[in-house]
Ligand binder design. Structure first.
Ligand SMILES: [Zn+2]
Ligand SMILES: [Zn+2]
Length: 284
């Protein structure tokens, strides 16, 4: 290869590489052809164990063309990193500053822990009143409510991870989640099926009844195809979220897009996609 062709070749590769990165970014945000996602409703910051500040996450959301982002650090029962309610005012200040600076809607939320068969979460009514959005999910490290919960709700963690839970275990897990949705104004159930196996059809029906959305999680790659099928049959509405713990992951949802598209999920059933306003159960 002569000097000129070699230079042209290198230039083309460089251009292609840059273009490739751009395409990747655009695809992850503006999404697939099927969905126009406008909000990332699940991101973590240094208030728990995310790597970026509130400002960093909001800047990334703006860069990716989103019009909304939620800052949703872990609830207090998450060991070592759970957010104490005393920090809510400082978080609110950061959220308001970032909103002013970047001109997109920034919601303050918490990803609460579901930590017992009763569906209990680690937010009080007063806490919820201070937030704009409430997420809830099961985290294996969160301290259980009662000793019996260890046997009923948490002892099947290994089976859950291996996808080998018994029918009785799946029924108990599902019951705990349904109890949560019935008792608390949860806007989004996060990563359903991560650690614990669930009856997604039954859970989806309860979520649909109460106005809680089900997250398709790119970070934890849940639900899987079968789980999504159950949720879709139930009539529930979805959200597609990044669950970003790093700034560069804000607005990245490759897994969720692929799964949803493959399953033929309509944009009208994704609460943070399309032209519709964002409606949240905890605010109504
Ligand atoms: Zn986390
Ligand atoms: Zn989580």
């Amino acid at each position: 290869m002569g000097v000129v062709p070699r230079v042209a070749h290198v230039a083309a590769l460089t251009f292609a590489g840059r273009w490739g990165i751009m395409c990747f970014n655009m695809e992850s945000v503006c999404n697939s052809k099927a969905y126009r996602i406008f909000a990332d409703l699940h991101t973590h910051t240094t208030y728990s164990h995310g790597k970026g500040s509130v400002e960093d996450n909001v800047r990334a959301a703006k860069f990716r063309g989103l019009t909304h982002i939620a800052i949703t650090d872990h609830g207090i029962r998450h060991p070592l990193v759970g957010v104490d309610r005393k920090k809510f005012p400082a978080m609110r200040k950061d959220v308001e500053e970032a909103e002013r600076k970047f001109g997109i809607r920034v919601l303050l939320g918490i990803e609460a822990n579901i930590y017992g068969m009763s569906g209990q979460i680690d937010l009080s009514e007063e806490d919820i009143a201070q937030l704009d959005i409430v997420l809830a999910g099961f985290h294996a490290s969160a301290r259980p409510e009662k000793v019996t919960d260890v046997a009923q709700f948490q002892a099947n963690l290994i089976a859950g991870r291996l996808g080998k839970s018994s029918k009785a275990q799946i029924a108990r897990n599902t019951k705990a989640y349904i109890n949560c949705v019935k008792r608390f104004p949860v806007d989004v159930l996060t990563h359903p099926g991560f650690w614990l196996e669930l009856d997604t059809y039954e859970l989806g029906k309860a979520c649909a009844d109460y106005g809680t959305y089900v997250e398709i999680s790119s970070r934890h790659r849940v639900p899987d195809e079968e789980g999504l099928e159950g949720f879709m049959k139930s009539g529930v509405m979805f959200v597609i979220n990044s669950d970003a713990h790093r700034v560069q992951d804000v607005g990245r949802w490759d897994y969720a897009l692929q799964l949803a598209e493959k399953a033929g999920l309509e944009e009208s059933r994704i609460a943070n996609a399309g032209e519709k306003p964002l409606v949240l159960r905890s605010r109504t």
